[in-house]
Design a binder for this molecule. Structure first.
Ligand code: ZN
Length: 192
């Protein structure tokens, strides 16, 4: 009898552990090697959404948010290694027009995907667009420009049309480079 109770407790413990690792998997917190080891141990992970690099990772799905990925505070993690909808908290950084400084903050990727931005910026993205929607950043170089035209001049484009098209999501690159509004919002592009 005592043995039965003991194995019941062990089973409950294992169920709890499996629920935990499945959540970690769903949230994109496991490396491929960790997931493989769990599968080898008999944990069924495959009905949960895997983190597929190039498909559903943050860098692929939300390059605008990936551009605000904190360069040092997320350890070795890169936006390409985490699930775009991850509920895990990460560090972000952007040039904040409101405070005129680099702001860094912690937030879940999932809440950022829903529109949560820098805590210093206005809650309303509409208000943000009005104030700072013109400031753009080149993802590759990290350079920030006060307008599309200034950016176009700096990278020796004839005009800012192609950069605006990138910000609108109509083309991928301008001058071979990727561009985002500094507030990181893809919606900012649509309002122009
Ligand atoms: Zn800000």
């Amino acid at each position: 009898m005592a043995g039965g109770a003991k194995s019941e407790a062990a089973e409950a413990k294992r169920a709890k552990y499996i629920a935990k690792v499945r959540k970690a998997y769903r949230d994109g917190e496991l490396t491929c090697a960790q997931a493989d080891a769990l599968r080898a141990a008999g944990v069924n992970l495959d009905r949960f959404q895997p983190n597929k690099a190039g498909v559903n990772d943050l860098a692929t799905k939300r390059p605008d948010l990936a551009a605000e990925w904190h360069p040092t505070k997320n350890g070795d993690l890169e936006p390409s290694a985490i699930l775009a909808g991850s509920h895990r908290k990460f560090w972000w950084r952007h040039w904040c027009d409101k405070t005129q400084s680099w702001n860094e903050w912690e937030a879940a990727a999932a809440s950022r995907a829903k529109g949560a931005g820098c805590p210093h910026c206005a809650r309303s993205s509409e208000a943000r667009i009005g104030r700072q929607g013109k400031i753009v950043r080149c993802i590759e170089t990290g350079e920030v420009y006060r307008s599309c035209s200034a950016a176009a001049r700096a990278v020796e484009l004839k005009n800012a049309v192609s950069i605006r098209r990138v910000l609108l999501g109509k083309q991928k690159t301008a001058g071979g480079l990727h561009w985002v509004y500094v507030d990181g919002s893809g919606k900012a592009g649509k309002s122009e």
